[in-house]
Design a protein around this ligand. Structure first.
Ligand code: TYD
Length: 223
């Protein structure tokens, strides 16, 4: 589907450092371009309620229901936030997106992946990220970070280390042969992660800026 904005998804296991990177990218890009920082689950009024259900799991939520809740959040998120922002030629940075469902609900919980892909495409009105950043952090390091942050662990984070290993392996397999994926070493310090990501994003940024110049949205600073 044609869009003049730039859609960037950031993926990784819990505690991988992707949320920090998402914020830093936002701070960087918003100096030059209209940029939206958003996340799944939870970045709409409906999404905030869904997020509470899936994270707290105060009531039993089976794997099928869990996926459909994430998909409902995604549909609302795209309709209300992502698509309107892309239509305004913005850069949209989303902390998690469809690939989280493929890996957490598909690979790790065993929901049929073709079905997940079909529902995701429908929920996203056939939009796809232009580029996905995979923050690749080993599960034992990610877990140490979560504990150090002294954060209350979500239902997913509380699951045994084997589950996160499964999720980590799922991301690695999914992204191994996919185009438009930037793999970042999440063991590095924050500044290195940001620097490596910005350098790898250069082709997408140049493409985006060229489109903005050709549509007259921004002025060519080099002309
Ligand atoms: P969150 O607190 O946002 O975790 P993080 O800061 O690590 O992103 O909680 C999101 C949790 O939801 C996380 O454990 C991953 C999980 N999740 C899925 O299982 N499927 C999905 O489709 C999405 C978007 C998230």
């Amino acid at each position: 589907m044609k869009q003049n904005g730039l859609l960037i998804s950031i993926e990784g296991i819990d505690g991988s450092g992707k949320s920090t990177l998402a914020k830093e990218l936002y701070m960087h890009f918003s100096q030059f371009h209209k940029t939206l920082l958003t996340k799944e689950p939870g970045d709409s009024e409906l999404g905030a309620q869904i997020r509470t259900i899936v994270q707290k799991q105060d009531v039993p939520v089976c794997a099928k229901a869990e996926f459909l809740l994430f998909a409902a959040d995604r549909a609302q998120h795209f309709e209300q936030k992502v698509i309107p922002s892309l239509q305004q030629n913005m850069i949209v940075i989303s902390d998690r997106m469809a690939d989280s469902s493929v890996v957490y609900q598909g690979v790790a919980r065993g929901i049929d992946i073709d079905f997940i892909n079909t529902v995701n495409a429908w929920a996203m009105s056939n939009h796809k990220p232009d580029v996905t950043i995979f923050v690749n952090t080993p599960p034992h390091i990610a877990r140490e970070r979560l504990i150090m942050r002294n954060k209350i662990l979500t239902a997913f984070e509380k699951e045994h280390t084997q589950f996160m290993q499964h999720v980590h392996d799922g991301f690695c397999t999914l992204f191994n042969n996919r185009k438009n994926v930037i793999m970042i070493d999440g063991e590095c310090d924050e500044q290195t992660v940001l620097h490596d990501t910005l350098r790898s994003l250069t082709p997408w940024l140049s493409d985006y800026e060229t489109k903005q110049i050709s549509t007259g949205t921004i002025v060519d600073r080099h002309a």
